[in-house]
Design a protein around this ligand. Structure first.
Ligand code: ZN
Length: 171
């Protein structure tokens, strides 16, 4: 099988997705099950619910808001929200044209990774987990990583920001 665009993403992202798909992210509930002594098993992004993997990647209110913003940016015109879970975990609906978009596949992996990275910064370095900041990071990083792949024509930053899926035909 030909390598996909997302295979050219940095290893740290591929490892993150691989672990997430196996249910092996060290979220608080999992650490607690293994007897790690934690102050709290609450999500430090919303400070409300228990931090399970599903909560942290998908259903935390701030994370949901972020996925919504990322999808609005992608501007698919299709409500993909219902498929969010299955798509991220690699069982995406085949009827959804975005499941085949190479660029969208990259963006969603970068999004998952950024959610986790900023969760760690929030937990260990007390940095604020912010929707606009995480969205910006996703836009910048996915732009850089996709651009670094020589097969792809150079992306234009302003076009990328306003209409990322216009590049799909060249992906
Ligand atoms: Zn939360």
């Amino acid at each position: 099988m030909a390598s996909t665009l997302r295979n050219s993403l940095p290893s740290k992202i591929k490892i993150f997705v691989w672990r997430a798909r196996l249910g092996r992210l060290p979220v608080k509930v999992e650490l607690d099950k293994r007897g790690v002594n934690l102050d709290s098993v609450r999500c430090n992004i919303c400070n409300n619910d228990i931090e399970t993997m599903e909560h942290m990647i998908l259903s935390c209110p701030k994370v949901k808001e972020l996925w919504g913003r990322v999808m609005s940016w992608w501007n698919s015109g299709i409500n993909m929200y219902a498929n969010r879970d299955s798509m991220f975990l690699g069982k995406g609906s085949r009827s959804d044209p975005n499941a085949y978009s190479k660029i969208w596949q990259c963006i969603e992996w970068v999004c998952g990774y950024s959610i986790w990275r900023n969760r760690n910064l929030s937990l260990f370095e007390k940095k604020d987990w912010s929707v606009p900041m995480t969205l910006n990071e996703i836009q910048v990083k996915s732009f850089q990583w996709i651009n670094n792949r020589s097969k792809n024509p150079s992306l234009d930053w302003n076009v990328w920001l306003s209409n990322p899926n216009s590049y799909e035909d060249h992906g």
